[in-house]
Design a protein around this ligand. Structure first.
Ligand code: SLL
Length: 147
């Protein structure tokens, strides 16, 4: 798989969490339902680039290492507390040998300015990033072009 000199592929991504409060009747330890996700910022198929996403949750969760082998690269859970989620992205063999580690702070509780917690308005925190692959393989380049 030959490398293409002077070529760069930039993959724009958005990653973050969306959290819903389950309301006053929810149980103490499952007060919120949340999803952590990595998606394309431009509506491309991330499965062309990413082989697997591993979400490392707080040790208070059962099986805190969660592996997602195909898109959508996301995971939903319920819980009560905020913590930092480590997201490791693994790429297809002809894309990149190294993994990329991202960190995202799960936010469940709204800022005071946004008013009281309600079940109608989720709390969303997102980051934008671009993954840049220099000198891509011809196979990867062709796959990106055809998508
Ligand atoms: C805190 N440092 O003390 C944080 C830890 C952990 C949250 C938050 C577990 C849910 C479950 C859960 O929500 N852990 O047991 O399934 O605020």
């Amino acid at each position: 798989n030959r490398k293409m000199k002077d070529v760069e592929i930039s993959v724009p991504i958005v990653y973050g969490t969306i959290s819903f409060w389950l309301g006053k009747k929810a149980s103490e330890y499952h007060s919120h339902k949340w999803t952590v996700y990595v998606r394309s910022a431009t509506n491309e198929d991330l499965g062309v680039v990413i082989k697997r996403a591993v979400f490392q949750l707080h040790p208070s969760f059962n099986n805190p290492t969660r592996v997602v082998e195909s898109p959508p690269f996301e995971l939903s859970e319920s819980g009560w507390g905020e913590f930092e989620i480590a997201i490791s992205l693994f790429f297809h063999n002809d894309v990149c040998d190294k993994q990329l580690d991202l960190y995202h702070h799960l936010k469940l509780y709204p800022e005071e300015e946004s008013g009281p917690q309600t079940t109608k308005k989720p709390v969303v925190v997102e980051s934008y990033d671009e993954i840049v692959f220099s000198e891509p393989s011809e196979g990867f380049f062709a796959r990106v072009q055809n998508h």
